[in-house]
Design a protein around this ligand. Structure first.
Ligand code: NDP
Length: 262
């Protein structure tokens, strides 16, 4: 039996065990996935080795620690310097970031070219860099200056609320935590309204919730979605890593969707 887990703090709300265990069960794969509360990020590796885990997902607030403590980092995670998946490959911790490719999979059905990302935190970094790799040139809008430095250094056009003048974007992505635990919009209404009136799509990375941002999109008749598909696809990509790509991806997607009754 191979053991898997999600490390985080808080972690009780995580639905990752549901999707992974459902897939293990249906594939008759000898795996079991659980939740483990980890308070101190510097102890991630110790826990991983002590419990002899085959793979883990790492969530808030430990993704930077997961990057620092890995033996080998792959793909976009190297540039983002944040990791959400570890796999024990012959005793070495191989690390990946499946959030950004998961996000991209979740919006593949949309047709867009101009993109605005609201927020400049860890999720925004991963999504912006990954979209750039795919040939897009997303712009960044954040309430404050500090976190924009990362994006400026890498050639993105970025603005604080004060500097911003409204342009036309097809796709607006909310990566801020506005609306997660409160009822706030990710930017002031006088910025957001004209932006959204011209947009086609609004996507929030917060899952299982119609945030005020998405409620506004709905009122304005935009096509919109929350972060549930992103969560699903990051899980699918992690599952492929956990099982050494032994199963057909489309089938894993089907199973995981079923586990969430999507
Ligand atoms: P960070 O803490 O790294 O960044 C938060 C960003 O949001 C910052 O740019 C911050 O601005 C901005 N912000 C916070 N509160 C507000 C507010 N009230 N109004 C406007 N801007 C605000 O967070 P993460 O990037 O790690 O996570 C962001 C969200 O993504 C979380 O809600 C998380 O749940 C979700 N997520 C979803 C995933 C999924 O699979 N669906 C996967 C990963 C994350 P400032 O710089 O000014 O502080």
């Amino acid at each position: 039996m191979k053991l898997y887990a999600i490390f985080g703090n808080p972690v009780a709300h995580s639905i990752s065990p549901t999707i992974h265990n459902y897939a293990f069960m249906h594939l008759r794969f000898p795996g079991c996935y659980t939740k483990i509360l980890v308070q101190d990020g510097s102890k991630l590796k110790e826990k991983f080795l002590e419990l002899q885990l085959q793979g883990v997902n790492i969530t808030v607030p430990h993704k930077e620690w997961a990057y620092k403590l890995a033996d080998e980092v792959f793909g976009i995670a190297k540039e983002v310097e944040a990791v959400n998946t570890w796999y024990n490959k012959d005793g070495k911790i191989h690390a990946y970031n499946t959030d950004a490719p998961g996000f991209y999979e979740s919006i593949k059905e949309y047709e867009f070219s101009n993109i605005l990302i609201l927020g400049a935190g860890g999720t925004a970094k991963a999504i912006a860099l990954y979209l750039k790799e795919q040939g897009y040139d997303p712009q960044i809008l954040n309430r404050s200056e500090k976190r924009l430095a990362f994006f400026k250094e890498r050639g993105f056009s970025c603005y604080t609320w004060d500097e911003f003048s409204v342009q036309k974007y097809d796709l607006i992505i909310n990566t801020t935590s506005a609306g997660l635990k409160d009822n706030s919009l990710p930017a002031p209404q006088d910025i957001l309204l004209p932006l959204m009136k011209q947009a086609k799509y609004a996507v929030d990375v917060i899952y299982n919730k119609l945030t005020p941002f998405l409620a506004l999109a709905k009122d304005l008749g935009l096509t919109y979605k929350d972060g549930t598909d992103m969560l699903l696809y990051q899980g699918v990509l992690a599952f492929e890593i956990f099982t050494d790509f032994a199963y057909e991806k489309e089938y894993i997607i089907k199973l995981m969707k079923k586990s969430l009754q999507l």
